[in-house]
Design a protein around this ligand. Structure first.
Ligand code: CP
Length: 302
């Protein structure tokens, strides 16, 4: 089976650091067409702006070509074709598959039948490993290191796949976590048990004010409406946190606010002009990180 990126655990700490180094080289020089002749499929069964377009831009900048779809309504899945059959067929046409799917575990299924590498571009509430690599890229760039940071994750920690992958990855780097969430959206037990096993400290709070001034990274998240089985439950928690510029008066000087985006109200627009806002630059780095992921999985490493 070719090497894929389905969960962040598919990459060792050394591989993670190597991807970040490659991304930095791509950021210095993004016109590198050494994948000319390759074809990459971007199969998005769920909406996306950043992930799909930055993967597609990455493919183009590497000199490869891209095929795929931004939603599956016009594919033979609408006639009942299985995910497995779709992936087996697409594997014949391309050198690598990038896939987003609403079902947790879908990327794993795809990788098990694909004859080419698969990159998980988000599978339900499970994992989003390429997001995590770009998050680490942003963290390293702003803090000068990955080791020993205080990371405060805020919002929907239950359904947010970006925070699940990021917690998993940061275990390599001696973090201290604060998890800020209402009871309904707490970090799943599976991740807390992982941290307990590794002896990584964390605390759980429900008021955003409780963890604002003691963190290096404030990782805000959107409440994931699309994952709630009951809309009445979503209505109860949808506006639980709203970060405004006036709340940032006593934060650490180098603290950065990050967010996988899209935001829908949890970060007020007046935060954008503060020196703490980094979410747009964070997303911008995603293209270089995805250039590195694609190159690495296709056997081009430097
Ligand atoms: N962060 C992220 O996955 O954004 P998109 O849903 O726009 O791809």
């Amino acid at each position: 089976m070719p090497k894929s990126l389905i969960s962040i655990q598919d990459f060792t700490k050394e591989e993670i650091l190597h991807i970040l180094d490659m991304a930095a080289l791509f950021e210095k020089d993004r016109e590198r067409s050494f994948l000319s002749g390759k074809v990459v499929a971007c199969l998005f069964f769920e909406p996306s702006t950043r992930t799909r377009l930055s993967f597609e831009a990455a493919v183009n900048r590497l000199g490869a070509r891209v095929i795929g779809f931004p939603d599956n309504r016009n594919t033979s899945q609408s006639k009942g074709e299985t995910l497995e059959d779709t992936i087996k067929i697409v594997s014949n046409y391309v050198d690598l598959i990038v896939m987003r799917h609403p079902m947790a575990g879908a990327a794993d299924i795809a990788a098990s039948v694909a004859s080419v590498p698969v990159v998980n571009a988000g599978d339900g509430a499970n994992q989003h490993p390429s997001q995590t690599l770009l998050d680490l890229y942003a963290i390293k760039k702003t803090q000068g290191r990955l080791d020993g940071l205080d990371v405060n994750m805020v919002g929907d920690l239950k359904y947010g796949r970006a925070v699940h992958s990021l917690v998993d990855a940061l275990r390599h780097f001696n973090p201290k976590f604060t998890f800020t969430a209402p009871e309904e959206l707490e970090m799943p037990k599976k991740y807390l048990e992982m941290l307990d096993k590794d002896g990584i400290p964390y605390r759980q709070v429900s008021r955003i004010e409780d963890g604002l001034n003691e963190c290096d990274i404030l990782y805000m998240t959107r409440v994931q409406q699309e994952r709630f089985p009951d809309m009445a439950e979503y209505e109860k928690v949808k506006d639980v946190y709203r970060l405004t510029a006036s709340m940032l008066g006593s934060v650490r000087p180098g603290m950065k606010v990050m967010h996988p985006l899209p935001r829908v109200g949890e970060i007020a627009e007046d935060v954008d002009a503060t020196p703490y806002a980094y979410y747009f630059q964070q997303a911008g780095g995603g293209m270089y990180v995805r250039m590195a992921i694609i190159s690495y999985l296709l056997g081009y490493s430097f």
